[in-house]
Design a protein around this ligand. Structure first.
Ligand SMILES: Cc1cc2nc3c(=O)[nH]c(=O)nc-3n(C[C@H](O)[C@H](O)[C@H](O)COP(=O)(O)OP(=O)(O)OC[C@H]3O[C@@H](n4cnc5c(N)ncnc54)[C@H](O)[C@@H]3O)c2cc1C
Length: 218
């Protein structure tokens, strides 16, 4: 896992993407977690974007600080802002929304995405639905990042492969998996294969950015 993550900063990606540890305080770097390189994956999602953000926010009637973009009951459209190639079969995708809102995701929850892939017999749209775990900081406002492995014949990942900046993706959530809270366990052992790395990145990043979180991770 660490090897995979170490590769990420080496690839050609937008400028801010290389500031892999930007969201993590200096004091926390290299602390406790031998998989420190893993933070590179999540931090690597720190693109620099300057284009205007388009929001499809289903904002709740709350103060700005509490606004969330996701709605667990509704499919909402999020606009693709930029993509970056991470490896021969893995891309990063940044989607934008209201810059005053957070996505509304806990560590380490996921979202579900859907794409129309034809029609049912009665003319209704036929959808493929797949879960993904954003690797951007849940506190980030106005965007979220997905790290997606592209399968040659994968229905949703090939839909991702065809997305261009300006296109939209339908998203619903959050879907809670493990609600991580600081120091909930003394030690965490992680075993992740392939795209299973994305929730690990969320948890590792949450630990690294919080100096009060003493969790030992391996
Ligand atoms: C909680 C959760 C979080 C996830 N987070 C992420 C994430 O952050 N990033 C990520 O990349 N993925 C993530 N995944 C995996 C993701 O949801 C999809 O499963 C993945 O992208 C593949 O979906 P697909 O539609 O592209 O492929 P599918 O169409 O489901 O196909 C998957 C593979 O099976 C092969 N295949 C399909 N049909 C057949 C067949 N009939 N016979 C033989 N082979 C076949 C395809 O070629 C492909 O290689 C997550 C999964 C879960 C459960």
């Amino acid at each position: 896992m660490a090897l995979f993550l170490r590769r990420i900063p080496r690839v050609a990606v937008p400028l801010g993407f290389r500031n892999a540890f930007k969201e993590i305080p200096n004091s926390c770097r290299g602390r406790r977690i031998p998989l420190g390189a893993a933070a590179a994956a999540s931090g690597a999602a720190a693109f620099c974007f300057f284009s205007p953000m388009v929001a499809y926010l289903d904002s709740q009637n709350k103060e700005d600080s509490e606004k969330v973009a996701l709605n667990p009951e509704k499919w909402l459209e999020f606009k693709l802002q930029e993509t970056a190639r991470v490896s021969h079969n893995t891309n990063l995708y940044r989607f934008s929304f209201d810059p005053t809102a957070k996505l509304g995701l806990d560590v380490a929850s996921c979202i579900i995405t859907r794409a129309a892939i034809g029609e049912e017999s009665e003319g209704r749209k036929k959808y493929v639905i797949r879960p993904y775990t954003p690797i951007s900081d849940p506190e980030s406002k106005g965007y979220f990042d997905l790290l997606v492995k592209l399968y040659p014949e994968g229905k949703m990942s090939q839909h991702f492969a065809q997305l261009k900046p300006g296109d939209v993706l339908e998203v619903k959530g959050p879907i809670e998996k493990l609600r991580y809270s600081p120091n909930m366990k003394k030690k965490l052992g992680m075993v992740a294969g392939g795209t299973g790395i994305t929730p690990m990145v969320q948890v590792i990043k949450a630990i690294l950015k919080n100096p009060d979180d003493k969790t030992q991770d391996s």
